[in-house]
Design a protein around this ligand. Structure first.
Ligand SMILES: Cc1cc2nc3c(=O)[nH]c(=O)nc-3n(C[C@H](O)[C@H](O)[C@H](O)COP(=O)(O)OP(=O)(O)OC[C@H]3O[C@@H](n4cnc5c(N)ncnc54)[C@H](O)[C@@H]3O)c2cc1C
Ligand code: FES
Length: 383
């Protein structure tokens, strides 16, 4: 049974425990400055950020952007993690072809310098405060394109925090499939004592059996006892497909790592059920039928829409019918772009792979996953 969420406690914005208020995510049209091939199946795309948009595109390492494009007549939105430490005037992402995937296949075949795409301002919690005055050990476990935010984090930590260490466990099928192989080797050359880099290859035999084959529970236990000892790590970053993230969370928990010390980013839940386009799927309202009333505030303007009780429509889907500018990207409970605060009423949230426990406690919901369960519901996208 999906959890029912109540409007959370009303904590003043300046409270010490306040979650930082977010800059409102917006799309701007950005020009592609460069497309660089990383592997046969992946590219790095650099967008130019004009000076007047510098504030909108400031970001923390580990964050992602949503990209919007019309492919074969359908508007698609996909999220891509930023793959470089913050550099003024540009945003870089890395896109790996998902076999049969519409956006990634289109991008691999069509994107070139000079192209223009709608790119949303950066979002996401897969990040941390990086300070020059601390000596922390960060560890990341990533698979395939999941390394993208890890590359940005490792660069930033090693450059900005001279007493901190970073360990990367990175799984790929073969060396040829490995994104950022050279960049990571260069980083290792630059910071040999502070970066530990462990490549695990599933379809190639490496000299150590520990680094060959799929990462399963047993292999991860061995990695945790021989390569990266949990008691030495202050903060974990896990990024990749659903199964890897779940395996890491469970195995780290068994090893005594507190849930609050692990950050994770899911690239997909493996369920290709998301709606496409900016208008939500149509929902028929029978005359006189029971409805929920949904009020939402966006950019300081309140709008109200009704949704039939039998429709089990998400707050996002209903809101999109009256305001196509309501923010969303994955529509699958993964990215967090559609986050809003539940102000009144109750909703049932089907999936949540994006919100932290403290955000839930504060009453934040993913509107793409939230179905009203009270007659009236109001949410605020601006807080
Ligand atoms: C926060 C976040 C950050 C991300 N960062 C990155 C990143 O840095 N780099 C990166 O490469 N990706 C990243 N992703 C994943 C990315 O957003 C896309 O999901 C990915 O590129 C696939 O999109 P697509 O349009 O190519 O595939 P889709 O068309 O969405 O298809 C996805 C998969 O589902 C299958 N599929 C589609 N429809 C069906 C169907 N009806 N039945 C059965 N199977 C189906 C496809 O064959 C494909 O394998 C990130 C995702 C999130 C949420
Ligand atoms: S749009 Fe990605 S979690 Fe809702």
């Amino acid at each position: 049974m999906a959890p029912v969420v109540d409007a959370g406690p009303d904590v003043p914005a300046d409270s010490a425990t306040a979650i930082p208020t977010r800059r409102r995510a917006r799309f701007h049209r950005l020009v592609v400055r460069q497309v660089r091939r990383l592997t046969e199946d992946s590219i790095e795309v650099t967008f130019e950020v004009p000076i007047e948009l510098a504030d909108d595109y400031g970001y923390d390492p580990g964050q992602y952007v949503a990209i919007r494009a019309t492919v074969d007549g359908t508007e698609l939105r996909r999220s891509y993690s930023i793959c470089s430490a913050p550099v003024p005037g540009e945003i870089r992402v890395a896109i790996k072809r998902d076999l049969g995937g519409r956006f990634s296949s289109w991008a691999m075949e069509n994107l070139a310098a000079g192209a223009e795409l709608d790119v949303m301002s950066p979002e996401g919690n897969f990040t941390t405060d990086i300070s020059a005055d601390v000596a922390r050990h960060y560890a990341a476990i990533a698979a395939g394109s999941g390394v993208t935010p890890v590359v940005a984090l490792a660069h930033s930590v090693l450059e900005k925090s001279p007493h901190s260490q970073f360990t990367v466990v990175y799984s790929n099928r073969t060396a040829l499939d490995t994104m950022f192989l050279e960049e990571l080797a260069d980083l290792k050359d630059k910071f040999p004592a502070r970066l530990a880099l462990h490549h695990v290859l599933t379809r190639e035999t490496r000299s150590s059996p520990l680094l060959s084959g799929r990462i399963d529970h047993e292999k991860l236990q061995s990695i945790l006892s021989l390569l990266v000892m949990p008691e030495t790590v202050d903060e974990w970053f896990i990024c990749g497909p659903f199964e890897l993230v779940q395996l890491c969370r469970d195995t780290l928990a068994e090893a005594g790592v507190a849930a609050g010390d692990i950050r994770y980013e899911l690239f997909t839940t493996g369920e290709p059920t998301r709606p496409e386009g900016s208008h939500g799927r149509p929902v028929a309202v029978a005359p006189g039928g029971a409805v929920h009333s949904i009020t939402f505030t966006l950019d300081g303007r309140a709008s109200t829409v009704t949704t039939p009780v039998h429709g089990r429509e998400s707050v996002l889907n209903a809101a999109l019918r009256v305001r196509p500018d309501v923010p969303f990207a994955c529509a699958g409970g993964v990215c967090g772009t559609c986050r809003a605060k539940l102000v009144t009423g109750t909703v049932e949230m089907e999936e949540n792979f994006a919100l932290e426990p403290e955000e839930l406690e504060r009453g934040y919901v993913l509107t793409c996953q939230s179905m009203p369960t009270s007659d009236a519901v109001s949410v605020d996208y601006d807080v």
